[in-house]
Design a protein around this ligand. Structure first.
Ligand code: DWN
Ligand code: SAH
Length: 392
């Protein structure tokens, strides 16, 4: 059942260079589907990894202290709780997690430019896509792995059958697979419709992921709810016949999702209506500020911001420019909006009254960093859970 139509959207991480500013961008209809049988939420038009992830991919995991700490804390936890000899990460990006294991770590990262950043941290990286062919190659060269980690990556890969068959090939008998992704429950609760875009092919719930894993004789034995990326789930998974016992958090997590009716179509229909209302309210805020000739900029040129702005029809008429700390995004155009992205400096907000919070998932980190300007009256526009202007 299609429950959300986010209109025509460009590929979210395809930032345009200034010389190709006038070139027409290709946009695709973005529809989001709930399957009442499998309970899986996915986008209708699914792109292959090769189209989305290549040597000009701009996303770096280490651009926020929040994520750097998140990966560090998990690494410390793994060191405390598990016995392991080797750690594999699928979608290791710039090595923010694997740097804590370097000599026993192996990373898989298809984007050559980003893989290089991980290699600079002395991590062994294979720059390729996660497939059965690659898993077999890794198995013959490195043997089996005790820990396999993948954050915000497996949901980006169209063929989940291939993903989990490949993982089974390299996971040790009593090994642990840890998957971390935005939680569907939190996304529905907080109206963060921008979690649905071309890279987020699937948004997992505990209900849907448990069903998928059963087919591959894999079992989720523990669930952790995290604050990162607007509310994420960290799933600890083992082979069905592993000695590891299933933790109470699984029962509790399922209960929570069922209580919220995450398995029912009506939940998604109501969400679809809330999203339409959210669009109207956000546009209202921008239109009012524009009519009063207020200067508005954007803060954090995230893929999620691309989705929000393209859905709501917000362009360079409403937002003068964006600020971002990522070198790969600076002096480029935010896809589909004609808005220029400028380099962030610690003084960037000195004459700014209004900034749209594109990196809303890092609100705490950003508010702490910009406390001085917030106190002076700078305000942020945010879209979730419902559009509003926030400040100090
Ligand atoms: O799943 C994905 C997640 C993990 O990362 C990928 N599909 C792509 C990407 O999604 P995103 O672009 O929506 O991620 P972020 O991490 O929400 O992006 C935040 C952006 O804001 C980055 O470009 C960095 C920037 N930023 C900034 O300029 N100043 C972030 C912080 C915290 C800051 O202080
Ligand atoms: N794990 C990091 C990066 C998430 S962004 C984090 O949580 O911050 C998604 C990452 O998945 C990108 O680095 C991308 O190159 C990688 N990726 C996408 N498709 C992939 C595939 N088919 N195989 C392996 N990695 C993939």
């Amino acid at each position: 059942m299609i429950f959300l139509n986010l209109g025509y959207q460009p590929l979210a991480n395809r930032y345009k260079s200034l010389n190709s500013k006038k070139k027409k961008e290709i946009k695709y209809k973005l529809l989001v589907n709930f399957d009442p049988r499998t309970k899986l939420v996915s986008i209708k038009r699914k792109f292959s990894s090769k189209i989305m992830f290549n040597d000009s991919y701009p996303y770096r995991s280490s651009m926020s202290k929040t994520m750097v700490n998140n990966f560090k804390e998990l690494a410390l936890k793994i060191k405390r709780k598990f016995i392991y000899k080797k750690v594999l990460e699928i979608g290791c990006n710039d090595g923010a997690f694997l740097k804590h294991f370097n000599d026993i770590a192996l990373g898989v990262e298809p984007c050559g430019n980003i893989a290089k950043l991980a290699e600079k941290k002395k991590i062994k990286v294979i720059s390729d896509y996660w497939t059965k062919k690659l898993a077999n190659k890794i198995k013959s060269e490195y043997g089996l792995f005790d820990i396999i980690y993948s954050a915000n990556t497996l949901t980006h890969i169209k063929n989940l059958n291939d993903v989990f068959k490949s993982i089974n090939l390299v996971l040790n008998k009593n090994g642990v697979l840890i998957i971390e992704d935005p939680s569907l429950l939190e996304c529905i609760k907080k109206n963060t419709y921008d979690q649905f875009y071309n890279e987020h092919i699937y948004v997992f719930s505990l209900i849907s992921l448990s069903k998928i894993l059963k087919k591959f004789n894999l079992r989720i034995f523990k669930l952790e709810n995290l604050d990162v990326h607007g509310g994420s789930n960290r799933y600890y998974i083992c082979k069905n016949n592993s000695k590891i016992r299933t933790h109470q958090s699984i029962k509790n997590g399922l209960k929570k999702e069922l209580k919220f009716s995450l398995d029912k179509q009506t939940t998604y229909k109501k969400f679809g209506l809330r999203v339409k209302k959210s669009k109207r309210l956000l546009l209202d805020i921008f239109e009012k500020l524009r009519l009063k000739k207020n200067k508005v900029i954007g803060y954090g040129a995230s893929a999620k911001a691309v989705t929000i702005l393209n859905y709501c029809g917000i362009t360079n008429k409403h937002i003068e420019y964006f600020l971002d700390t990522t070198p790969e995004k600076q002096n480029k155009i935010l896809p589909g909006t004609n808005i220029l992205i400028k380099k962030y400096t610690s003084k960037s907000l000195s004459n700014i009254n209004y900034a749209f919070l594109g990196a809303w998932n890092f609100k705490n980190e950003i508010f702490k960093k910009e406390n001085k300007y917030l106190k002076k009256g700078c305000k942020f526009i945010t879209h979730a859970p419902m559009p509003k202007i926030v400040g100090k």
